[in-house]
Design a protein around this ligand. Structure first.
Ligand code: ARG
Length: 470
């Protein structure tokens, strides 16, 4: 029987199935680097405060570094018997260095330890996700520049509405991903406080220096309330919410790509490397990657629901229920990371069928609003103009022609204020070019937005470099 670090109070060994059911090592082993960093900071602080001897501290640091080496070279054996990452590492430390290892847990609990490790780990993963979001934004801005004047139908209710530029459409996603990044930055800033020193729930009787450990681990400050610090999982809920919203954006984008790639739309074709075939229908090329990304949003949102529900009825402070937090957030982050990567690598290889898009925009009476605007400019009240163009569209549908093909007689018959010049001037190019204001779809505006985004990217890169230098 492996001895439990907490075994003193017990007479009988843990039930075998309970041991496995209780263990979290399969999920939390990935936080080993953060667990070791947290322990080193804690040991150095204990020594600086005279709670741990210099000799013990040195042994602990060396032992922890050795363990890091063992884990990274694949030699380390994580066991269910040692339950979680914290006890696996601590028991190995004691195996390596003896009594000094047993002193490490002075003035600490797994409750503040796990809260610290999780914040550190997610902080790093947050930065990875932000880098992914930035890369995807860059890909989209490049595509938007390329397609600043590519015209496609814009939709409302999935019915042809007005022509838009494809670049403008792509930049809509750049805006969404910028807000997503903002949510991660915001959550990251709020979670960057050190729970270490909160111990089990009430703090510790030792004269610890929480500022020292907070600074050593790159936290902005120690948390202000020990009960809150060990029971707070807001940061996980916030990150899951941010991940869910981002996944929803990717899911909407996926849905559009899937529609656009259908034979009925024919707007785009995704690269072979990101599609699969059918085992029975030889002609098929399926957009599996956007479909799967659309599907991933379900489990990411599921993680958010799981976490909200888990925390909802928990009294302060730590409860074992909270161990379920890591599975939810790790799965969400892994899948969001993969989804962002797929999009970033898939989109540059997308074939855009510019002619098909243009034809689709030019049919379906997408220029009708512009004809109404022309009537308004000639002094017709907008409601009247709307009715006149409605009648015109009705006429064209029956005649099987487009608005700009109406002759003078047809115009006059519908309304004397409607002229051949007005309908002749209609074109999808004119439609998009005319929407030339901040936020409009004109190619000129798209290019201005592209330039503005590039400036923001450059400022962001410069700021990141400065942080690295500091
Ligand atoms: N494995 C545990 C978790 O992930 C660590 C904290 C356990 N604390 C306790 N008092 N049982 O939540």
């Amino acid at each position: 029987m492996t001895e439990k670090l907490w075994g003193g109070r017990f007479d009988a060994p843990t039930d075998k199935f309970v041991e496995a059911f209780n263990a979290s090592i399969d999920v939390d082993a990935r936080m080993y680097a953060e667990d070791i960093a947290g322990s080193k900071a804690h040991a150095r602080m204990l020594c600086a405060q005279g709670i741990l001897s210099q000799q013990d501290m040195n042994a602990i640091i060396r032992g922890l570094d050795d363990i890091l080496g063992e884990i990274e070279s694949g030699e380390f054996e994580f066991t269910i018997a040692q339950e979680d990452v914290h006890m696996n590492i601590e028991s190995r430390l004691t195996e390596l260095i003896g009594d000094a290892g047993k002193r490490l847990h002075t003035a600490r609990s797994r409750n503040d330890q796990v809260a610290t490790d999780t914040r550190l780990y997610l902080r790093r993963r947050c930065d990875d996700l932000l880098a992914r979001l930035h890369q995807l934004q860059q890909v989209l801005v490049d595509l938007a520049e390329q397609h600043n004047a590519t015209i496609m139908p814009g939709f409302t209710h999935l019915q042809t509405a007005q022509p838009v530029t494809f670049g403008h459409h792509l930049l809509a996603y750049v805006e969404m991903f910028a807000r997503d990044a903002g949510r991660f930055v915001d959550a990251r800033r709020r979670m960057n406080q050190s729970p270490l020193g909160s111990a089990a729930l009430a703090g510790t009787t030792f004269n610890i220096d929480r500022q020292m450990t907070a600074a050593a681990l790159g936290f902005d400050a120690p948390t202000a309330n020990s009960l809150d610090a060990v029971s707070d999982r807001d940061f996980i809920m916030e990150l899951l919410a941010a991940a869910s919203i981002c996944a929803v954006h990717l899911s909407r984008f996926s849905e559009e790509l899937i529609l656009w790639m259908s034979a009925q739309f024919g707007f785009i074709e995704l690269p072979d490397a990101f599609c699969t075939g059918s085992s029975i229908m030889p002609q098929k090329k399926n957009p599996d990657m956007p479909e799967l990304v659309r599907g991933k949003s379900g489990r990411i949102i599921g993680g958010l629901m799981a976490m909200l529900t888990t925390v909802k009825g928990l009294p302060l402070a730590y409860n074992k229920d909270m161990q379920e937090d890591k599975g939810a957030i790790f799965d969400a982050f892994d899948n969001l990371d993969g989804s962002l990567r797929i999009f970033t690598e898939m989109l540059p290889g997308m074939q855009v069928n510019v002619d098909v898009m243009h034809r689709a925009a030019a049919s379906g009476y997408a220029t009708a609003t512009d004809l109404a605007d022309a009537l308004v400019r000639a002094g017709v009240p907008f409601r009247d103009a709307h009715a006149i163009v409605g009648k015109s569209v009705n006429h064209c549908i029956r005649a099987g022609i487009e608005l700009h093909e109406m002759d003078a007689a047809a115009c006059a018959e519908i309304d004397p204020r409607l002229t051949r010049e007005m309908v002749a001037a209609l074109s999808v190019e004119a439609c998009v070019a005319a929407r030339d204001h901040i936020g409009g779809t004109a190619p000129k505006q798209v290019l201005q937005q592209v330039a503005a985004w590039r400036q923001r990217f450059a400022a962001r890169d410069a700021a990141a470099e400065e942080m690295d230098d500091a």
